[in-house]
Unconditional design. Structure first.
Length: 131
């Protein structure tokens, strides 16, 4: 049984985006914790479960991938991990309106996967901005 050691050529990637939205933080959290909101950002879910530790499966652009709701600490922070995005941490600014969020994506990937990963993160952030 091979050990699940990371690939020695893998590098730690991080991409930080600041997003301002047109509505208040309570409205953002209501959208983001709903099936419609999660699907708007990540893709169709086969079974929607928004609890800490919940396992999710998404389909986006004919690609199916798994994810986990790793941490729910609303109204401050939400962390979701997916197979194609890595760790996505959303930190919410405490002011009421308009809502402001810092999206930090982290992944451990081979250098040749960096461009695809960055493109996927940018697409996800664009969908998040469009909520």
């Amino acid at each position: 049984n091979p050990s699940p050691k990371p690939d020695p050529s893998a590098v730690r990637l991080e991409l930080v985006s600041h997003v301002s939205l047109e509505f208040s933080l309570p409205e953002l959290l209501a959208k983001l914790t709903s099936r419609a909101g999660v699907e708007a950002v990540f893709g169709q879910t086969t079974k929607f479960d928004f609890r800490q530790g919940a396992k999710l499966q998404f389909t986006s652009d004919d690609r199916t991938f798994k994810g986990t709701v790793s941490q729910i600490n609303l109204p401050k922070r939400l962390i979701i991990n997916t197979e194609i995005h890595g760790e996505l941490e959303l930190k919410f600014a405490s002011q009421k309106s308009p809502a402001s969020t810092t999206v930090t994506a982290r992944a451990q990937l081979n250098p040749e996967q960096k461009d695809d990963w960055e493109r996927r993160i940018k697409d996800l952030v664009d969908r998040f901005k469009g909520l």
